[in-house]
Design a protein around this ligand. Structure first.
Ligand SMILES: [Ca+2]
Ligand SMILES: [Ca+2]
Ligand SMILES: [Ca+2]
Length: 326
């Protein structure tokens, strides 16, 4: 026998409907049941919020846009990464085709004209030589020294100068830029959704070079087509079993995002949980046809520097690097 009053019946029905409505209202939520990592998953193309950061006046360049993609909880993520390109001082170009800066070697570069950024007035004056696929922002002891003058392509290289006392901390944000915002891909090698690759190499006049002693943590991985291929071990955000093949149907790719710590570039930031950088060969990065690199190779591999990135130089698109110079 049902002892409920008509009012109680109505209330329980209303409650039942409200409970049903919860899954209905998030019916478009991303199915992340295959994912067990610490990141946040988004799926599909981002909304373009900045159409293009860079126009090449003298040649061709890929469109370097910025997008925003929203996760299931309504949080917006900037892709390929938040950056200071619009406002920060651009690094002086060693080589940059769009600006007609095309010296054939370091001997042709007027290094004395490079502006000096003073971090410590009593410090040592240090020159840095940098090549990034595709974009870097360089901090010394938390001070932003300069950002890459070309966010995506063509491939360029840069020279910076700063004054600092040892020990000091180098912190670099590197971005492998993307055409298909939020999808980690570009039209390349005959595919509409080809995952591009990254890579970063630098040497400094005090003998500091990029190598496996640097720390590298990944904050954005895409494209991912099967969330099950992702795993994490000892702080490493691994995607080594995920495909790196291009496709013509990549519009539904997943991306994994991790919040970057607000003070990651500060000297006092504790990066001890970050993995060590992974090393890549010049052949893996594919630099032998890039004059921005080859014309200054004596300042890169010739100076003992190695290409570094996180564990996946193809799928990881925003990587933070740190190194303490003793
Ligand atoms: Ca660049
Ligand atoms: Ca990539
Ligand atoms: Ca790239």
């Amino acid at each position: 026998m049902n002892t409920k009053s008509p009012l109680a019946m109505t209330l329980s029905s209303a409650f039942f409907i409200a409970t049903l409505a919860i899954p209905l209202s998030v019916a478009s939520a991303i199915d992340t049941s295959n994912y067990s990592g610490s990141g946040t998953i988004t799926q599909g193309l981002a909304k373009t919020i900045e159409a293009n950061l860079f126009e090449c006046k003298n040649g061709r360049s890929r469109v370097a846009g910025i997008g925003e993609v929203t996760d299931s909880a309504g949080k917006k993520w900037t892709v390929p990464a938040s950056n200071n390109y619009a406002t920060a001082a651009k690094a002086v170009d060693l080589y940059e085709e769009c600006a007609n800066v095309t010296p054939s070697s370091i001997a042709e570069v007027d290094q004395d004209s490079v502006p000096l950024v003073v971090v410590d007035p009593e410090g040592e004056e240090i020159t840095g030589y940098i090549f990034a696929d595709n974009y870097f922002e360089l901090y010394i002891n938390g001070t932003l020294i300069a950002v890459d003058s070309v966010p995506f392509t063509p491939f360029n290289s840069s020279i910076v100068k700063f004054k600092v006392s040892k020990p000091y901390t180098i912190a670099v944000k590197v971005i492998d830029w993307e055409e298909n915002l939020g999808l980690g891909s570009e039209n390349n090698r005959g595919k509409d959704f080809h995952p591009g690759d990254g890579g970063f190499i630098a040497s400094f006049s005090d003998g500091t070079v990029t190598n496996a002693d640097w720390l590298a943590q990944n904050y954005y991985t895409s494209p991912i087509y099967d969330l099950n291929c992702l795993h994490e071990v000892a702080g490493k955000r691994l995607s080594d079993s995920c495909t790196t093949q291009g496709t013509d149907n990549g519009q539904d790719a997943y991306a994994v995002h991790w919040e970057t710590p607000g003070n990651w570039m500060a000297q006092a930031f504790d990066a001890s949980a970050w993995p060590q950088a992974s090393i890549y060969s010049e052949a893996e990065i594919g630099v032998n046809n890039k004059k921005a690199y080859m014309n200054f190779i004596d300042k890169f591999s010739g100076a003992g520097a190695s290409f570094i990135w996180s564990t996946n130089v193809v799928l990881d698109n925003q990587v933070l690097l740190r190194y303490e110079v003793k």
